[in-house]
Design a protein around this ligand. Structure first.
Ligand SMILES: Cc1ncc(COP(=O)(O)O)c(C=O)c1O
Length: 424
């Protein structure tokens, strides 16, 4: 039995001679696009690349409109604001997500209501959403987390029944499809992040998608200091630049640059091929995981017609690994493979980066509001089990190689299983 790398043995992969696929990917097309922007002098604000990207992205998603913004955090905030959500309204979000999903609600003075996720796919649990609905609920933000897919049929059914808005947080799922429909085209609006590690990247950046033209025009004004949509985008030749008297909008600058758009145009061209490769490798990896003891693949619903993986994740059962804690397993796996192996996000009721009560001058709008936004009032047992005991997450680049790269992931798990006693 070969010695584990974490115990001084030889790792399964020597990343010096055999590195994992790099990220981000770029070639002379990105260089050309960036130079074009540089030489054009139109570096921002509805530049030609931005308009081109918005059109291409809307077409790709299958939404009537797409709008680029500064990042995938403000996109959520703008979507809530454009839906008219504000003081005293409740927004239901999953407890297991990046803090931005809940912080967006906080930043429009709404109350983020944290609900638990399903243990089999780590996405918002529709049964918990149903339980959390109150007369003040105005919206749901399902997150398609890592490789998982929120049950959009159930979410849309609940939303329709209770007259709620649905903003899909698609930061992890560019190009994923549910029943043949792309994420970002199912709810009222889709929110995307183009931060460096994401499936499409402009370094930073974000986008909103919607087929609701009124919502789009509001979003465009909100991302641009209240200015009304450009004629070219909304086709409304009568629209004044600032709107008309009695119809002005207070907002700020949430725009992206044309340099980012130049990168994103190329990212979008590469995405379908990359998603196909990642999806094939993920399906293969899940078939291997299903045969291994002590690990469980994330459940894939039949309605997921196209997977998209920001991270490849799976569930770990310490008991079957002789009681070895999941952090030790992750460290051992990282050392065998020479790549990062991480835990899931921290549940938002205890996440140090989601701390609304550290800002009383901003968020203490009333004693009642202060109590409502306290994350500690929510109970998220499944989120905690996933984070504390089960989660194993690898960046999507590990799915961008060959089948034998995937075999190596499975071999690492087997090697750790065989040596579990030596990890105690
Ligand atoms: C689920 C989720 N939503 C929103 C965001 C925010 O995106 P950005 O980093 O572009 O602001 C992230 C970023 O990681 C995320 O993971």
């Amino acid at each position: 039995m070969s010695k584990l790398a974490v115990n001084g043995g030889k790792p399964l992969r020597d990343v010096k001679t055999n590195p994992w696929p790099k990220w981000p990917l770029w070639d002379e097309e990105e260089e050309k696009g960036l130079l074009e922007v540089l030489r054009s002098g139109v570096w921002s604000y509805n530049g030609p690349k931005e308009l081109q990207f918005n059109k291409a992205f809307a077409k790709f998603i299958g939404a009537g409109h797409a709008l680029s913004v500064a990042n995938g955090t403000v996109s959520l905030q703008l979507a809530l604001e454009a839906c008219g959500i504000g003081l005293g309204d409740e927004v239901i979000v999953p407890g297991l997500t990046w803090q931005a999903t809940a912080a967006a609600a906080l930043d429009v003075n709404a109350i983020p209501v944290l609900v638990d996720v399903r243990e089999d796919n780590w996405c918002i649990d529709p049964a918990q959403v149903e339980k959390a609905i109150s007369p003040r609920t105005k919206a749901i933000i399902p997150v398609h987390l890592y490789g998982g897919f929120a049950d959009m049929d159930a979410i849309m059914e609940i939303a329709t029944r209770h007259n709620l808005r649905v903003i899909e947080d698609c930061a992890h799922k560019h190009g994923g499809e549910w029943n043949g429909k792309k994420v970002g085209s199912i709810g009222d609006a889709g929110s995307f992040s183009f931060q460096l590690s994401k499936l499409m990247t402009g370094g930073e950046g974000g986008a909103l998608t919607t087929s609701d033209s009124q919502l789009f025009e509001k979003l465009d004004a909100l991302r641009n200091c209240g200015r009304r949509p450009e004629i070219e985008q909304c086709g409304d030749k009568g629209a004044g630049h600032y709107g008309s008297e009695g119809d002005f909008i207070q907002s700020g600058n949430y725009r992206m640059t044309d340099f980012q758009a130049a990168l994103l145009i190329e990212s979008l061209k590469r995405l379908p091929e990359q998603n196909k490769l990642r999806d094939e490798n993920a399906k293969y990896m899940n078939s291997l995981l299903a045969e291994l003891p002590g690990v469980t693949p994330i459940r894939r619903d039949k309605r997921e017609t196209m997977g998209a993986y920001y991270n490849f994740s799976f569930r770990y059962d310490a008991e079957q690994f002789k009681g070895v804690a999941v952090d030790k397993f992750r460290e051992a796996m990282a050392r065998e493979l020479g790549c990062d192996v991480e835990a899931s996000y921290e549940p938002l009721d205890t996440c140090p980066l989601y701390a609304p009560l550290t800002k009383p001058r901003r968020h203490k709008l009333s004693e009642e509001h202060w109590r409502q936004i306290d994350p500690a009032r929510f109970s998220l047992p499944v989120c905690h089990r996933i984070h504390d005991a089960e989660s194993v997450c690898l960046h999507h680049t590990i799915l961008m190689g060959t089948k034998s790269d995937v075999d190596l992931l499975a071999k690492a798990i087997e090697k750790i299983y065989d040596n579990a006693a030596k990890l105690l």
